[in-house]
Design a protein around this ligand. Sequence first.
Ligand SMILES: [Zn+2]
Length: 266
Amino acid sequence: MRLTVLGCRAGMPADGQPSSGYLISASSTNLLLDCGPGVATALSAVAHPRELTAVVISHFHLDHCYDVLPIGRMLLADHIRAAGRGGTGPSAIPLYVPGGGRGVLDRLAALFPVGVLPTMSMAFELAFDVREYRAGDAFAVGECRVTMHGLEHAVPNCGSRVESPSGSIAYTGDTGVTDELRHLARDVDLFLAEATLAEFDHGSRGHLSAADAARAAAAGGARRLVLTHFTSTAPEWLRARRADAERIFAGPIDLAAPGSRHEVRP
Ligand SMILES: [Zn+2]
């Protein structure tokens, strides 16, 4: 199993880095977790969207979902080519979104109709098979089993736990500190955790510090920790976040970077 970081920037893209997007590959399964601005471009450098088995969106903040429309349109090109040959396009790719997400996607697509080529307006009818999930849901994606864990954020956010015969990865999306994090991280091979803040959030922004992420990894018994969702590329800032985590979590710690690959073994 492998994690490929497509984007790891908190909020909007900056310094040449896309917002959140993570590709999990296990055997012939390719699962995209989150799809923020810049992720469509980054994905195109490593795979065609048609190679995706499914997409899972943690929450409907722009920096985690905006590029589903361009990716949908990249997929629709296959449908248009197939129709030109008198055939039907490829199967729709499952797109898992939080409850109520179907309406959000429909409104997004409706903003950009393509009058001369109506098929290009059907990203969420033809290219994707939109499926709304709830906290606690579990579903199969290729050889992986994905379980959604409700966490704490300004809007509903679910962490996803992805388990396969070749390893397991859990991803937080965006969240404040909550007991559910330890269940998300329970005995997982790789815990991919947001580390937005320099210090514990005493307000209600719904984000973790690197120390919070490390505490959750340690409490859950995760074997490795990868920190992500950074607000800076400054080396001294990143070193400080790693040091914060190392004081708490004894296992290996990596920092996500665009294009970084993290091999997982069970
Ligand atoms: Zn975010």
